[in-house]
Design a protein around this ligand. Structure first.
Ligand SMILES: [Fe+2]
Length: 371
């Protein structure tokens, strides 16, 4: 049984300039990023690289039609390496850009066309959330299906994951909170996954500790304090990525995808909706399994009794950013049934990683509670 796989080499630099020198960026490199990062960190370096910007495609979260357009625009460029600098969307798209002859992104995700790696990939995450720099997964909305799908295959691994804290400092507060909650969810879902083992648990537990300790400090010292501890959050997100890349994530992500797909709620924000309810459900359905480990860890960090850890976690997160009702995102009552079916039909890959099984009624109940 394989315990841990970590394919990308992991680097950290003080500045983008240091990275660009050490990696000898040149005209065979395509930097896929956003204009904000380009203007603030890259422009002054006058690199000879090719650039493509997410902003030119009006992308909030990736979708198959947009990726098709980007691939089309890349066709006549002679590129050896793709360097993705950005949040989850930029990284998810870049992972597809390194593949050969992708004639349709939808068919790629449906595994109807071969997956062949064609270029090197360097990922520089600028949000503390996805952990995508160390995973082999790309997530995109498939427009025709009104949901998100994941493609997980080793060809999507980056060759290098590079952490540069200065690039992550200016992320607005809300994005910081939602993306780091996503990292927390990666850590906690992977910790109770049936695929977890003593190696992945080290990364899960350390990520949970760093993130929750950071949240407590931010609540104490104010929002701006996040900038001082951004490096710790980048590392925690990376740890969580290693954990979930190996042990997987489950129901929180599964229930979140229809909401993201249909109402375009960003990934971290959409996941935040389901975190507490899913773990309360887990804890009620089987309080005596692996979840005891989570409860003990949370009780230690939050300095409370184990029987109130989810209430306390809820309070801590609410202190950072308040949780909305699902209907506030535009969700309709009839969507409860539609979303439940969508989870059952399209998210079995994730439901297999649940701490306990979840049937149709149980999924529906969670949507109802949050509606
Ligand atoms: Fe996630």
């Amino acid at each position: 049984m394989k315990l841990l796989e970590l394919i990308p080499q992991i680097y950290k630099y003080e500045s983008f300039k240091d990275f660009s020198k050490e990696f000898n960026l040149d005209d065979k490199d395509l930097i896929f990023t956003n204009r904000f990062l380009y203007n603030n960190f890259l422009k002054e370096l006058n690199l000879k690289c090719e650039y493509m910007f997410k902003n030119d495609y009006n992308v909030k979260e990736p979708s198959n039609d947009v990726i098709d357009r980007i691939i089309e625009d890349m066709k006549n460029k002679d590129i050896k390496r793709v360097i993705a600098i950005g949040g989850g969307s930029v990284i998810d798209i870049a992972k597809i850009l390194i593949l050969k002859d992708v004639t349709s992104t939808r068919e790629l995700f449906e595994r109807k066309i071969p997956i062949i790696k064609d270029k090197e990939l360097i990922i520089i995450p600028t949000t503390c959330g996805t952990g995508s720099e160390v995973t082999n997964i790309s997530i995109t909305e498939i427009k025709e299906k009104e949901t998100k799908m994941g493609l997980a295959t080793n060809e999507l691994y980056a060759d290098y994951a590079v952490l540069i804290p200065e690039l992550a400092k200016d992320v607005p507060y809300d994005f910081f909170v939602y993306s780091s909650i996503d990292a927390l969810i990666h850590a906690i879902e992977s910790l109770v996954s049936p695929k977890a083992n003593s190696y992945t648990e080290i990364f899960s537990m350390e990520a949970i500790k760093i993130i929750l300790k950071g949240y407590k400090e931010i609540l104490e010292k104010g929002r701006e304090y996040r900038k001082e501890i951004i490096e710790e959050f980048l590392i925690a997100s990376n740890y969580a990525g290693i954990a979930f890349g190996n042990a997987g994530v489950g129901a929180v992500h599964a229930l979140s995808y229809p909401l993201g797909g249909k109402y375009h709620v960003p990934h971290g924000e959409s996941n935040y909706e389901f975190l507490i309810e899913v773990f309360k459900f887990y804890n009620e359905k089987n309080p005596n399994g692996k979840i005891k480990k989570v409860n003990k860890l949370l009780a230690n960090i939050l300095e409370v009794q184990e029987d109130v850890v989810y209430l306390e976690l809820e309070k801590l997160l609410e202190g950072l950013i308040s949780l909305k009702k699902l209907r506030e995102y535009g969700m309709k009552e009839e969507d409860i049934e539609i979303f439940t079916d969508s989870v059952i039909n399209t998210q079995q890959r994730l439901l297999a990683n649940n701490y306990v099984s979840m049937d149709k009624e149980e999924i529906k109940n969670i949507y109802k509670k949050l509606y």
